[in-house]
Design a protein around this ligand. Structure first.
Ligand SMILES: N[C@@H](CCC(=O)N[C@@H](CS)C(=O)NCC(=O)O)C(=O)O
Length: 140
């Protein structure tokens, strides 16, 4: 069954899944979520009304949440590059890094991005300030 990935090239969560796909040369069709592709947007909203991307579609099945998508690719499309270590203790370290970067880096960056997307200079500055404070703590 062929895979389709709904996402956006500037989205860090989309890039997280693209890395997994590219690492093992897994064929897929990229369906860009943008006003230029209204059908993709409509399909994506049908698949996941919580309006988060990416979403992976594999035939009748759709897979949501990037960490789950990566586990799904490991199970259904294993390749030369193992995405999560087989050893459960080593896998814990990978899961920790996955959670750290999602919760404390990627989600935090969204404050700045969301503020900027409003077009409101006050919201932009507020979003940036929140992101800077949290990112400095995380990187330290
Ligand atoms: N926990 C989700 C996060 C996905 C996420 O937040 N994606 C962003 C794009 S990078 C998004 O959908 N933003 C749209 C919005 O916040 O409305 C995952 O790992 O898939």
């Amino acid at each position: 069954m062929s895979l389709a990935l709904y996402g956006h090239p500037f989205s860090s969560y989309t890039q997280k899944v693209l890395i997994a796909l590219f690492e093992n040369d897994i064929p897929f069709e990229f369906r860009c979520i943008s006003p230029d592709y209204p059908q993709n947007v409509a399909d994506w909203l049908q698949l996941w009304p919580l309006r988060r991307f990416p979403v992976l579609v594999d035939g009748d099945r759709h897979v949501i949440e990037t960490s789950v998508i990566i586990e799904y690719l490991q199970l259904t499309r294993p390749g030369p590059v193992r995405l999560v270590p087989e050893d459960p203790m080593a896998a814990l370290d990978v899961h920790f890094l996955d959670r750290f970067f999602d919760l404390h880096i990627m989600n935090v960056v969204q404050h700045a991005v969301s503020g900027a997307l409003t077009g409101d200079p006050v919201k932009r500055a507020d979003g940036l300030a929140i992101a800077v404070e949290k990112l400095e703590l995380a990187y330290a």
